[in-house]
Design a protein around this ligand. Structure first.
Ligand code: ADP
Ligand code: TRP
Length: 417
């Protein structure tokens, strides 16, 4: 293997890869490997994949399927170390040590966590709401007492949300009491109805959060360990992983300043298409969690054709790259350009005067053609699962030599040995 900067990346074995995964990550893995400039480590992030819903009976299949994706796309065990994360316990050991220096506040900011845990910025929302509640003093003597109660709640809410931290168990019990009182009062005070509804939502959010698994929260720390245990300088990933890399750099700085220089701060390497958008909604990224919006790289030519045909388009009829006003067509042009190697202006020129359906037809053909070799290689590889398993084992053996050396160094620095 050639000497050079170290480069690491992983993909979760959670199902089929879509063209976003391919253009944002896997295609680049192959190009970077073949450039001969780096020592490359590519792995199956099976431990990360346990943070989503999964069927244990399917997991092995998913791991081998992704290994076949890697190899069929052009990753080569002779040029890169290709391995399985869980076969190298040092990743998890390092994660634990990093856990002890990673602030929870940093993890709470992670967009992926917030999205996957199903939480919005509800604390902020409630803060605004509590600032806007303004109940007028009632005329009738009888309502005065209630008014005082409301004022107390208001004070309570303001205090609670000005802390900008998660309410405690006791706060939740109090919120429940308040909710009941609000229910009674809101028949008298219209202003309170929205507040009462929102309080209900808040409690729902808490229920959701209490069901959210810790692994999802800790996900970025394992990712940091995956990267820095190999002294990686570069990490090829799509847009959605940039925040996790930022966290990795923060953790590296904290570790180095506490225990002495041990790790390198890694940088992302992105492609021209770091964020392929959904075929159904060009405002959202293409994601496995919405399979209907995805073009999978092992889809058959018919499926590809149907999916592209059904893809949403923009108003107007001109084929022009304009992300703001024509996000859907721009997304299709980006995919076209990335696969054909033609620059976008050339494509605009070629398609000028033609309508959307021409672009869609040509793109469907291009995608089907582009992946035809891949599909053949992949199905041949899947016929020999033992070979795939052996390839992973031999890669994991190579990777564990580096990882074990690094974890020893870390344990010494921390004073464990
Ligand atoms: P998903 O987000 O679909 O579950 P993964 O988390 O397995 O996919 O991502 C694997 C790699 O593909 C990562 O480097 C990620 O940044 C990249 N990626 C995922 N979705 C997209 C997309 N829509 N466009 C570009 N890159 C993407
Ligand atoms: N979090 C990455 C994703 O969802 C997968 C991953 C795990 C990864 N560990 C990594 C990517 C280390 C790069 C480096 O796509």
């Amino acid at each position: 293997m050639k000497k050079g900067d170290i480069l690491v990346s992983g993909v979760q074995p959670t199902g089929k890869l879509h063209i976003g995964n391919y253009l944002g990550a896997l295609k680049n893995f192959v190009d970077l490997q073949n450039s001969g400039k780096y020592q490359c480590y590519f792995f199956i992030a099976d431990l990360h994949s346990l943070t989503g819903e999964f069927n244990p009976k399917e997991k092995q299949k998913q791991i081998l399927n992704l290994t076949a994706d890697f190899l069929a796309a052009g990753l080569d065990p002779k040029k890169s170390v290709i391995f399985q994360q869980s076969q190298i316990p040092a990743h998890s050991e390092l994660m634990w040590i990093l856990n002890t220096i990673t602030p929870m506040g940093e993890l709470e900011r992670m967009t992926q966590f917030k999205e996957k845990a199903g939480m919005g910025d509800y604390l902020l929302y409630f803060k605004q709401l509590s600032e806007n509640i303004n109940v007028e003093r009632p005329e009738e003597e009888k309502a005065w007492e209630e008014y005082e109660k409301i004022k107390n709640f208001e004070k309570y809410y303001k205090e609670l949300f000005s802390r900008e931290i998660e309410p405690t168990e006791k706060d939740l019990v109090d919120l429940h009491k308040i909710l009941n009182l609000l229910k009674n009062l809101s028949s008298t005070y219209k202003q309170l109805r929205e507040f009462s509804r929102a309080t209900n939502n808040l409690l729902d959010e808490y229920v959701k959060r209490s069901k959210t698994k810790f692994g999802l929260f800790d996900y970025p720390v394992l990712m940091a360990a995956d990267i820095i245990i190999y002294n990686a300088r570069f990490v090829p990933v799509g847009d959605d992983q940039l925040q996790h890399l930022e966290l990795t750099r923060t953790v590296v700085r904290k570790f180095n300043s506490k225990f002495g220089k041990t790790f390198i701060e890694p940088k992302a390497i992105q492609t021209e298409t770091p964020r392929v958008m959904s075929l159904a909604n060009p405002e959202k990224k293409m994601s496995k969690s919405q399979p209907e919006s995805c073009l999978f790289i092992d889809d058959s030519p018919e499926e590809i054709k149907n999916k592209i045909k059904r893809a949403v388009t923009d108003s107007g009829s001109e084929i022009k790259y304009d992300k703001k006003n024509k996000p859907a067509i721009s997304n299709l042009l980006e995919i076209y350009s990335a696969l054909s190697g033609d620059v976008i202006v050339k494509l605009e020129d070629e398609f000028s005067g033609k309508n959307y359906s021409v672009l869609k037809n040509d793109l469907a053909e291009l995608v089907a053609d582009y992946f035809s070799d891949f599909r053949k290689k992949k199905s041949a590889l899947l016929k020999n699962p033992v070979k795939l398993r052996l390839a992973l084992e031999s890669g994991s053996e190579k990777a564990s030599k580096i990882a074990n050396k690094k974890i020893l160094e870390v344990k010494k620095k921390v004073g464990l040995i």
